[in-house]
Ligand binder design. Structure first.
Ligand code: ADE
Ligand code: ZN
Length: 332
């Protein structure tokens, strides 16, 4: 079974680049940059220490603090895509946060050119295609979001294919970010937003009512709102689902209570994603494997998930049609 799942071509739409840094890599980068990482960041066994959503966000900020240069971004991008390629991921979009780079004194240009080098090297070495979604941080507020989106549209790059937002879903309202998203939309960027992860269905309603999004990060808390689920189908809004992250963050207590099967049954377009792999002890391949096992998904279903993901990706039409064809050709 593991072998069969491995062979399915996979697509990742929801990972946070800074959240893909493994503890060993964070320590190596911190060492070469002479940065001392917060000593509370690691458990005795070397994994990241956090206990709930707020402490996870703090740990995430602390990991990011090891970065100092474009080369660091190149290395973390290459390592992340290398791991994805090991799981037979053919296409990966990753969220990047210019606010975290700025906090480390790294310019937008240096960050983008470093990530671009990592993407190019990974494509050359493993054949995987990587693309970038620029994100702002919700709890830093709409003014800062405005700065991020302006920087993105004033410095276009062919690998930057979309705009999004992560961070604390309880901070500010999505309505307050409407103008920020409008700038991205007007400049031709596809959009996504974290909603319905920590907060309930009202958060997903706000996303579709106020923001020009074709995808929602998580969105799993749409589950008790039949009208909302119908709306997601009707408007073809894709949910970037991260089951392992949801369980680690105790959004749901176990696999039996995770709503993925009901969401799929409803006909909502979904993908399976790792979110922040080392924090949640996962990878995209692990998400496919665990979902197959716990939700009884056969190989054909996993292939359909990859097709839905590729269809919902922000890739240009040439890459999209080529990879859709490649996934379609896969025979179990
Ligand atoms: N940033 C990194 N991971 C996140 C998550 N799961 N939710 C919101 N913001 C994040
Ligand atoms: Zn996320």
């Amino acid at each position: 079974m593991q072998d069969q799942v491995y062979r399915v071509p996979k697509v990742e739409l929801h990972s946070h680049l800074e959240g893909t840094i493994k503890p060993s890599l964070a320590q190596a980068i911190a060492k070469r940059n002479a940065v001392s990482l917060d000593k509370n960041l690691f458990l005795a066994n070397g994994s990241y220490a956090w206990s709930d959503f707020p402490s996870f966000l703090t740990a995430y900020d602390n990991v990011s603090s090891c970065l100092r240069s474009g080369k660091d971004y190149a290395d973390i991008t290459y390592e992340y895509l290398k791991d994805c390629a090991k799981d037979n991921v053919v296409y990966a979009e990753t969220f990047i946060s210019p606010d975290h780079a700025a906090e480390c004194g790294i310019s937008y240009d240096d960050m983008i050119s470093g990530i671009t080098n990592g993407i190019n090297d990974a494509e050359r070495d493993f054949g995987i295609i990587g693309r970038i979604i620029v994100t702002c941080v919700r709890h830093l507020g709409p003014k800062q979001g405005f700065n991020v989106v302006q920087t993105m549209v004033q410095n276009p790059h062919p690998y930057v294919v979309g705009f999004g937002m992560g961070g604390d879903e309880n901070a500010y309202t999505l309505e307050e970010f409407a103008e920020v998203y409008k700038i991205a939309e007007k400049a031709g960027y596809s959009c996504t937003v974290h909603a319905g992860e920590i907060c309930g269905p009202e958060s997903v309603w706000d996303a579709i009512n106020y923001l020009p999004v074709s995808r929602i990060g998580h969105g799993v808390n749409c589950i008790n709102d039949e009208k909302l689920m119908n709306k997601l189908v009707e408007q073809n809004i894709h949910l970037e689902i991260c089951p392992g992250s949801n369980l680690s963050l105790s959004i749901f207590s176990d696999w039996d209570t995770h709503p993925l099967p009901s969401i799929m049954e409803k006909g909502i377009s979904i993908s399976l994603n790792s979110d922040d792999p080392p924090f949640f002890n996962t990878t995209v391949g692990q998400e496919y494997y665990d979902s197959a096992k716990h939700f009884n998904l056969d190989i054909e279903k996993l292939k359909q998930i990859s097709l839905m993901a590729m269809e919902a990706s922000f890739a240009d039409s040439e890459i999209k049609s080529r990879l859709l064809e490649e996934i379609q050709k896969f025979k179990s």
